[in-house]
Design a protein around this ligand. Structure first.
Ligand SMILES: [Fe+2]
Length: 180
């Protein structure tokens, strides 16, 4: 289950209901999928063939179509990152810069872990959302954030888009004092 860490105060928020309530208060969608629907051989696999990616999408077909219908997402795919990914360190360096997109950034973790660092409202400031398999998050359009891996350095996630071309990272510059 996802864990929130608020940077400014050190506050830790755990438990599905608390996490959902906090994220919803910040405009971030949080849901949870039943990860036992994923075939056993895909629970801990980070180098995936096209067939295996299709298997993951098939396992969560109902959840994906439901989320897409509610939120207007039109297309989806699988992203897999691990030490087997060429240039993982370079990729992570690129990821670890605060940016925005012109559409939601939607990720459903199906294996491994990831962290979104998200800029909350003025009072809250930045907070980490540590995600594990089954966690589903949608960072709203225009909301500053970045993503990185956790200590296991591996993740598999379903990505949903309205239009993948909207998922271009635009660098975000802090303009107000006291943020970050
Ligand atoms: Fe992003």
């Amino acid at each position: 289950m996802a864990v929130i860490k608020v940077k400014k105060t050190g506050q830790v928020i755990e438990g599905e209901d608390n996490v959902r309530a906090f994220l919803n208060s910040q405009g971030v969608l949080y849901e949870h999928w039943d990860i036992t629907k994923l075939p056993e051989h895909l629970h801990d696999k980070y180098v995936l063939s096209d067939e295996e990616k299709a298997e993951i999408l098939a396992a969560f077909k109902d959840e994906i179509e439901d989320l897409a219908a509610r939120r207007g997402y039109k297309t989806w795919d699988i992203v897999a990152l691990s030490d087997a990914t060429p240039n993982l360190d370079e990729l992570l360096k690129k990821f670890e810069q605060v940016h925005i997109h012109t559409e939601d950034e939607v990720r459903a973790i199906t294996a491994g872990h990831g962290i979104f660092i998200i800029k909350g409202d003025k009072e809250t400031g930045y907070f980490d959302v540590e995600l594990e398999a089954g966690d589903v998050i949608s960072v709203p359009e225009g909301n500053p954030h970045y993503f990185t891996l956790m200590d296991d350095r591996r993740v598999v996630a379903v990505r949903l888009f309205i239009d993948p071309s909207g998922w271009v990272a635009h660098p975000y510059e802090e303009t107000e004092e006291g943020n970050g």
